[in-house]
Design a protein around this ligand. Sequence first.
Ligand code: ADP
Ligand code: MG
Length: 244
Amino acid sequence: MASPARADGERIPAFEARGLEKVYRMGEVDVPALRGVDLELYDGELVVILGPSGSGKSTLLNILGGLDVPTGGRVRYREHDLVGASARALTRYRREHVGFVFQLYNLVPSLTARENVALACEIAPDPMPADEALRRVGLGERLDHFPSQLSGGEQQRVAIARAVAKRPDVLLCDEPTGALDAATGRVVLEVLEQVNRELGTTVVVITHNAAIAALADRVVHVRDGRIARVDHNARRAPAAEIAW
Ligand code: ADP
Ligand code: MG
């Protein structure tokens, strides 16, 4: 999906954050998590966020996804101002535009893979059939399996299918490989790369797996609540062509 072009040919970012700040109040103590983040994300990009534990990655992702609100600065997604929006507006924003994938898969244990995905489709305005979403993540042969009958990597792929079936514009993934071994994690990252390439979904992934940098359009390095550096990868290649 291409960003609408400005008259001068410059692309308009889908997400635009300016001076974003987040301070968590813990009793009498203020914990600064974001200390002035300026960031642009464009439609259709695969963006990786790297940084040490506690540097503010999850806080940033949660704000972009409308799960949390900043204590300072501005952030918008297209025409949606995510600062000062009502809880109702943020819920609607999440439902219509955002898919989430977390470290823990949070599948309903008593439902099959297909039923877990179908459940999420019920609240989406224009969902993809559950079977199609599961086929996209390589689980076409596991439709009627229960979570307990699936490996960790397969459960995470069900969680990705559940998010993708909503046809979100943006998929926000917070350490989706954090609970997986390296080889399984790699399969999950390849699935995310494929979703981005085939469906045009904007994908933002927090990961410790620096190897994914080769698959990403941009790598955002977060340090101590700030963007330390953004690497552009003009030579991004499909997963199948990368030697990890
Ligand atoms: P990361 O995802 O990079 O590990 P986080 O965004 O989770 O970092 O956390 C950034 C900082 O904010 C850390 O110091 C963390 O302890 C603090 N923090 C995160 N969430 C909360 C919260 N709900 N309440 C208080 N402090 C928090
Ligand atoms: Mg985190």
